[in-house]
Design a protein around this ligand. Sequence first.
Ligand SMILES: Cc1cc2nc3c(=O)[nH]c(=O)nc-3n(C[C@H](O)[C@H](O)[C@H](O)COP(=O)(O)OP(=O)(O)OC[C@H]3O[C@@H](n4cnc5c(N)ncnc54)[C@H](O)[C@@H]3O)c2cc1C
Length: 487
Amino acid sequence: MINTNIPVVTIIGGGFCGMMTAVHLCKRSQLPLKIIIINDDYPFGKGVAYSAHTSKYLLNVRAINMSAFPDDKEHFLNWICKQDDYKAIGKTIMTNVYMPRKKYGEYLTSVWSEMLQNKNETVDVELISDTATDISKGPDGYTVKLKHARPIVTDFIVLATGNNKPGNIGITDEAILSGVKYFSNPWSHASVSNVQSEKNILVVGNGLTMIDTVLGLLENNFGGTIYTISTSGFSLLPHKYNLLVYENIVKELPETYTLHSLLTLVNKHAKSLTKVGIGVHLVIDALRPYTQQIWQSLSFREKKIFLKKLSYPWNALRHRVPLHIYEHIQNLRMNKKLITFSGKLIQATATEEGISAVLFDKKNKKEETIIVDRIINCTGPQSNIHECSNTLLRKLAEKRMIVPDELQLGIDADPATAAVINANGEKSNNIFTIGSNLKGVLWESVAVPELRVQAQNLAITIIDKAAGHLLASLTSLKKKFEQSYIE
Ligand SMILES: Cc1cc2nc3c(=O)[nH]c(=O)nc-3n(C[C@H](O)[C@H](O)[C@H](O)COP(=O)(O)OP(=O)(O)OC[C@H]3O[C@@H](n4cnc5c(N)ncnc54)[C@H](O)[C@@H]3O)c2cc1C
């Protein structure tokens, strides 16, 4: 406990997870508490996902499922229905709409402002725009080192560091890596800007970020050809049957799972739905509330098999695209404005005409060389903490304060409390994590419907621990006082 006796919680990262953890701490703490949030790069609260520069980038989750609060499921829906642009449409329609992520960012700002107005006065909140670079343990608690400001001494730390930038896609040509034609951060506005005069663009990745990138390029009047490539090829699926809920599989979920028994069950239900013209989508949707539990009960070997053989179809079924966007993309593909490859970028070389990109086309089993004006890396966040763009995570991993989970998808942590586990296998009493850092531990740990629950639970855990700290500190003060009185 630091010498003010008021427990200090430092949250590193101010995206959805960091902000919502702070919201719950403020709302629920009956005790004095100091909350410090350190955030860099993206606007506070909005993070990378909800600070989109254009309204063309949509949520991939329906409005009804995007409340920031797990116990007030219509909170976002009610907010959006009161906004001038949407109030005439009505709640029934708005329930099923995929809103612009930019608008969702405004909603999160309103959640934060409302919380500040109503918060308990004994809770103090401080926002610091800076980068946390290191954490060390000292006699008075933990010290968080910052890039610019003075270090912070704290009792509890939440690593809410969110989405790392994508990893390297095998480009070795320095002229490309350090030049202006390669965009390693697909979420930067620059990656889709100033494209009017360009003819060909290569997008590496065929997932949801590829879709955003294509929409962004077209919005900025790109008139040429977009090539995309990924090992699994174009396998995105649209959101259909929004109003249908299928729960029969849930009734048959066993007490303990094996990958094989689950697959058999999923296939059985998918088969009966396919008979009536509905695919496996609804089965996967029905499993979503149970996915974390299922994941934890699988063995390491089963998880590895899942990742190798089933994660692509799973991701395609789980992370679907709003129907009208899907149709737009398919139109672009039919008109050869968008050419999607299944395969690998083998080599990229800077030439006078542009970047010469050699692709291995899996379908035709041959190499193809294209000349492109830019390459945009849309391969998704790099999850290996030893290799990721986040210097803090790399540093903590180097110091063995955190370790990768067994699948190297994030940080190893206790699934029940989100306390990080160090290289000696010890659970921390003071350092916690949330969000995509827990992907290896929970698998389903990237979208709002899961993250809002994590933020609430984590705040409850920390408040409980902070109360324990406060009590211990008061007891020790009392003892010191009694001792000095006797003397
Ligand atoms: C492009 C995109 C679109 C998405 N769309 C949806 C969607 O439609 N629906 C949905 O449910 N989910 C969506 N997601 C998932 C999304 O990741 C979560 O919904 C949520 O936004 C994650 O929030 P976060 O706080 O964990 O991470 P982030 O939003 O990444 O925020 C982390 C913050 O921490 C900061 N930070 C990191 N390290 C440090 C450090 N050392 N010091 C200081 N600051 C640091 C970062 O700069 C950033 O501001 C999307 C994700 C992406 C990338």
